[in-house]
Design a protein around this ligand. Structure first.
Ligand code: CKP
Ligand code: MG
Length: 311
């Protein structure tokens, strides 16, 4: 069994179902989010095996996020902590524009440490997926990610990094300093153009950004271009993947969906063209539905947006 293992913070989410300012009050829907757990769910929905490692509170929100992940078929390796589970408030300011606010200081997830990463779990991974969010949460989480990468490299697993820069958590200089050493040790990097420029400040076009990333060490770089699709440089070979055209409702979670599609096909032994096509399909499912991961497809549903054969 080829398994994806990921490390990060899962958050409870309070999301407004209807557009409008949250300050006026709203009935909120309680769910979960988190870039790494979104990827784990996406892979699991496509029939892959996924394990999520992290810390959650000993509270109701901790219970909720673990129940939900398990319901999605994700194996959870969770340390329970007396500190609260993080919360994310999601306002739909207009029907197509959402805003998020984090309540994630002094939380369980930000107390993650290197000791929380079980060696045998990471050693059993075919792919370790990490993002730039976890190291932004503090010293402990950063060390936990480094420890996971150490173990994955030792075990010969593919290390996948989504740069996922979050300006609400840190600035670009700190992100660059912390993420570059992780990027150099990664095999595969996902980034938007702005995120890629953190690693390759002088580059501009997707081709230069991907080449610049690969010059730092990784064998693969995927530059995500939103409605323009993606450009990938994989083992020196170029690929251009158009986006799947859909009506956009909510772009949060699109990057994670894309990574999940790609990684699920990588785990399944599929070639790059198929990985990128499934990645684009998952991105399309994510943006055309609300919620960060709820709209992700099962394998049998991929055809709903895949009109590939009709063209
Ligand atoms: O890059 P994406 O829009 O795919 O990431 C979305 C996730 O973890 C979302 O679920 C949120 O909770 C977060 O990124 C975050 O911490 O910002
Ligand atoms: Mg992203």
């Amino acid at each position: 069994e080829r398994r994806l293992v990921t490390v990060g913070e899962v958050l409870a989410v309070l999301a407004a179902p209807d557009p409008g300012p949250l300050a006026l009050g709203a009935g909120l829907r309680l769910g979960l989010a988190g870039a790494e757990s979104n990827v784990a769910v996406g892979v699991s929905r496509l029939g892959g095996s996924a394990t999520w490692i992290g810390r959650v509170g000993e509270d109701e929100l901790g219970e909720l996020v673990l129940r939900e992940l398990r319901a999605e078929g994700v194996t959870t390796v969770a340390v329970r902590d007396p500190a609260p589970t993080s919360l994310l408030l999601k306002e739909r300011r207009t029907s197509t524009h959402s805003r998020t606010r984090y309540y994630r200081t002094h939380t369980a997830g930000s107390r993650l440490s290197a000791e929380d990463i079980p060696e045998h779990i990471v050693a059993s991974a075919a792919v370790l997926h990490i993002t730039g969010i976890t190291p932004a949460l503090g010293e402990g989480p950063a060390q936990a990610v480094t420890r996971a990468v150490d173990l994955a490299v030792e075990a010969g697993a593919t290390v996948s990094l989504d740069i996922n820069f979050r300006f609400l958590l840190w600035n670009e200089a700190d992100a660059r300093r912390t993420l570059l050493p992780l990027l150099r040790r990664s095999d595969l990097v996902f980034a938007g153009p702005h995120e890629a420029r953190l690693a390759v400040p002088d580059a501009d076009e997707p081709e230069e950004l991907a080449q610049g990333i690969c010059d730092l060490g990784p064998d693969g770089a995927v530059i995500k271009l939103g409605a323009e699709g993606a450009y990938a440089l994989l083992d020196g070979q170029e690929y251009r993947q158009p986006a799947v055209p859909v009506q956009v409702h909510d772009t949060v979670g699109a990057g994670d969906a894309f990574a999940a599609g790609y990684l699920a096909e990588l785990l399944a032994g599929e070639p790059p063209e198929r990985r990128l096509r499934t990645a684009a399909l998952l991105g399309a499912f994510a943006v055309s539905t609300t919620g960060d991961w709820e709209g992700l497809p099962r394998r049998s549903e991929l055809g709903l947006l895949d009109h590939h054969d009709d063209i």
